[in-house]
Design a protein around this ligand. Structure first.
Ligand code: ATP
Length: 376
């Protein structure tokens, strides 16, 4: 199955005051697990429904390889059943009057697959998601997690080249969500299908995706593999949306002083423009007993501990550094309490500079060795 491409896609709903999706150019690579990520109302579901053919774009084109599925201006529209795509939504929409087997065979029956083949493929799909032992039960006799698995099996049984999933784990409890994430990842590895997965949960996207596409207010913000997006967020929105706890953001005033001024001396600007803020991830902010323990090229400053929150696996330390509150997450016991003075530090390449309009401005990348300017 070739890549799915959306070119200049706009969707305005009838009566809508602003487009739900604006000028979307997005390529979903073949065999990828692409997560559409963003806050509620940003246009994720609308994008997925357009790929499925359940909504038609107002403008623009959607294609799979050379096959154009939507081209509004040229009058092209391929209906959902002719797109070779499987869909699973948040509410599993199982048929209540059919057993698990009946539900799983449903799509195959519609495609006129002979009974013996239908039976074998449904069994295989149910085994894949570990609910084959519930084959003769009705949906009302299953837990939410089991129903979710049946919905997945029903989709897998027809073996579509593209799997479209809209928040399919949102009704599950934390443990089951974790289990299903692993399962979905395994299914993706096994089938080689292209998966497009809608979620507002950045953790879900980080753990499962090969590519994440972040959207905000109908606009695409960045597309990248999870770690690349985490380490080099393309703009301030992505920087703050991806990552938990969120990145520390230090606003820069016109004549920066205090912490902003101190940090700015360590960031190399890549482009012209007005700097708006410096960001540093909580785990990039390190703690040291004294300034002597800090690497030569690192930024550092004195910090006063405000609170220490142990989570079991790590400690979240709230600090006051000059005029600003920062959070540091450490996997070693900071052995400090409120009022204690420590030195906090960060490597220059872990500092992110964003312009006043939110775009990324700093110069560091892996090819560039950090050359810290001496702090005055
Ligand atoms: N059928 C519709 N008619 C009119 N407006 C709609 C319709 N469906 C969605 N919208 C609007 O389009 C925008 C994008 O909605 P969409 O459901 O795509 O967002 P989302 O990111 O998937 O949100 P959520 O995570 O809450 O599901 C929202 O402002 C929403 O109110």
């Amino acid at each position: 199955m070739p890549a799915i491409t959306l070119s200049g896609v706009v969707k305005t709903y009838p009566g809508g005051t602003r487009p739900a999706v604006r000028d979307l150019d997005l390529t979903i690579p073949d065999g990828s697990f692409t997560c559409l990520l963003g806050p509620s109302g940003c246009g994720k579901t609308t994008t997925l429904r357009m790929i499925a053919g359940l909504e038609q774009p107002t403008r623009g084109e959607i294609a799979v390889g050379d096959r154009v599925l939507d081209a509004v201006e040229r009058g092209v529209y391929v209906p959902p059943e002719k797109r070779d795509m499987g869909l699973v939504f948040q509410n599993y929409a199982l048929w209540p009057h059919l057993t698990v087997r009946g539900n799983t065979e449903f799509g195959l029956r519609m495609r006129k697959v002979p009974a013996d083949k239908r039976k074998a493929r449904a069994k295989e799909a149910l085994e894949k998601v570990h609910v084959a032992d519930c084959m003769d039960r009705y949906p009302s006799q299953l837990s939410g997690g089991q129903q979710q698995r049946v919905a997945l099996a029903r989709m897998l049984a027809v073996d579509p080249g593209v799997l479209l999933l809209d928040e399919p784990l949102s009704n599950l409890d934390a443990r089951l969500r974790l289990e299903m994430r692993t399962e979905l990842k395994r299914i993706h590895d096994e089938t080689g299908a292209t998966v497009v997965f809608v979620t507002h949960d950045q953790m879900e996207a980080m753990t499962m995706a090969t590519h994440i596409a972040v959207m905000s207010e109908g606009e695409l913000q960045q597309v990248a593999p999870p770690m690349e997006m985490y380490e080099r967020p393309g703009n301030r929105f992505v920087a703050e949306f991806v990552g938990s706890p969120p990145m520390n953001i230090v606003p820069i005033s016109e004549e920066p002083e205090g912490l902003a001024g101190s940090l700015l001396r360590y960031v190399e600007k890549r482009s012209v423009g007005t700097p708006g803020c410096v960001g540093v991830r909580t785990e990039a902010l390190k703690l040291a007993r004294t300034a002597d323990d800090v690497p030569d090229t690192a930024w550092s400053d004195e910090a006063v501990v405000e609170t220490v929150l142990p989570t079991g696996a790590s400690w979240t330390v709230q600090l006051r550094v000059l005029d600003t509150e920062l959070f540091a997450v450490t996997h070693e016991d900071p052995e400090a309490g409120p009022g204690d003075r420590l030195t906090c530090w960060a490597r220059p390449k872990r500092l992110h500079l964003f312009a006043a309009d939110g775009s990324r401005m700093d110069a560091w990348d892996d090819a560039v060795a950090p050359v810290a300017k001496a702090a005055s």
